[in-house]
Design a protein around this ligand. Structure first.
Ligand code: AMP
Length: 400
């Protein structure tokens, strides 16, 4: 495959899997409600890789994954068993489940053939410690290794880093598609190229915003993070979200953007309330200053109109982070409008790429996910890739 982040990594087709036991790292870190999978998107996205491996004659698929942060303990609520049942439905064939990811039973299952999902890797602290012995035990379960857990590539763990160095390896179709969009398309975008950033925290998006200044034509900033930028411009923001220690960084981004000729658009009107509550009466501020006793919970109608227009006119759009507190219905308009504008842009031939759990939740809420060119399964990994970082999980797969 050929992207700047992964120049020398084999695709699935380059791996000989016939009659082999294939160890596959997947990202099944899915939301659960008891033993029910609430959102199976991450499981669904691995089906093409699993079907391709079965179609190519693999003897067994041994799936390894993590769920939550059990910190090396066997915590029942982090069991992957519900994911096995969901996978069985989606794959349309029997999926065995083994209650430990290493040891006799896992080894036996790998030799028996068929598809098996092993219990949470993070029940062993050796996983996150990238312990070489643990990596060897995992490697014993396969004759080759396929990395399809995009959302885990930014971690140097035994199942992402250690094991890849011990077996012939390749990336799966999910990782390949993520890299094609997040690395390939964004490295050489059709213009205008727009980034739409939102969500609560400037701190999470600082590095990517700085990096995007070298790539995009304009950045639209909404959500809670916009208020630190407005404050940096000396605008009254009332009780809105403010990261005081990042005001200088925000001012620096605005300065650099000006120097680089990148337009930064901030909200010019706001939907405000007195309290951070769904039933707190909301009103629109016609223009900038936000009254001292109010906080902004969504972008206002004028901003929605301008942001939507700019999104619709773009040829490439990257969106990460909601425009307001979309979880509360009265404050979801800005985020829904952004999703709708992206969908329209896709319809007009633009490439639209969405990353981050909350933006994906907006797409789920509106049903507009299928209208995007690409929805990334890995929030942290997608941001780090865009920041220009070398992802440890990719580095480990690179042939020397
Ligand atoms: P992040 O994880 O940084 O992408 O932030 C997502 C969260 O930002 C969501 O839970 C939103 O409710 C929240 N958010 C968006 N806009 C605002 C706002 N104006 N004030 C406070 N929180 C916000």
């Amino acid at each position: 495959m050929n992207t700047t982040a992964a120049p020398q990594i084999d695709s699935l087709d380059a791996l000989d899997v016939k009659d082999k036991r294939v160890l596959v790292r997947v990202d099944y870190n899915v939301p659960l409600d008891g033993d029910r999978v609430v959102d199976a998107t991450r499981i669904e996205r691995t089906i093409p890789t699993l079907k391709a491996l079965l179609g190519a004659g693999a003897k067994s698929l041994v799936l390894i994954a993590h769920l939550g942060r059990p910190k090396g303990e066997r915590v029942a609520k982090y069991s992957l068993k519900p994911a096995a049942a969901e996978l069985e439905k989606l794959l349309g064939q029997k999926v065995a489940f083994v209650s430990d990811c290493v040891g006799e039973e896992a080894l036996k299952a790998s030799q028996e053939g068929g598809v098996v999902l092993l219990e949470n890797l993070r029940y062993h602290s050796a996983e996150e410690g990238n312990d070489p012995e643990f990596a060897k035990q995992l490697a014993a379960l396969g004759d080759c290794f396929v990395q399809d857990a995009f959302g885990a590539l930014h971690r140097a763990h035994a199942s992402t880093s250690g094991v890849a160095q011990l077996l012939p390896c390749a990336v799966g179709h999910l990782v390949e598609k993520e890299l094609k969009f997040l690395d390939g398309v964004l490295a050489d975008p059709h213009r205008p190229f727009l980034a739409v950033l939102g969500g609560a925290k400037v701190s999470d998006k600082l590095a990517v915003t700085l990096r995007l200044l070298d790539k995009v034509d304009a950045i639209l900033i909404g959500g809670g993070m916009a208020y630190t930028f407005l404050h940096a411009q000396g605008i009254e923001i009332g009780k809105s979200l403010l990261e005081k220690d990042l005001v200088d960084d925000a001012a620096d981004i605005l300065k650099q953007a000006k120097e680089k000729g990148v337009e930064i658009l901030l909200p010019s009107d706001h939907l405000v309330a007195s309290e951070f509550k769904e039933d707190s009466p909301a009103c629109v501020t016609e223009s900038q200053p936000i009254p001292a006793d109010k906080l902004a919970l969504d972008i206002g109608p004028k901003t929605i109109e301008l942001f939507s227009k700019r999104i619709r006119e773009a040829k490439t759009v990257f969106w990460n982070g909601p425009m307001g507190v979309f979880e509360m219905k009265p404050f979801a308009k800005g985020s829904v409008a952004a999703a709708e504008a992206l969908a329209e842009a896709t319809g007009r031939g633009a490439t639209t790429i969405v990353g981050g759990g909350d933006s994906l939740a907006v797409l789920k809420m509106t049903g507009l996910g299928p209208k995007m060119s690409h929805c990334s399964t890995g929030g942290g990994a997608s941001l780090q890739l865009l920041e220009g970082k070398i992802l440890p999980g990719l580095k480990a797969l690179t042939k020397s």
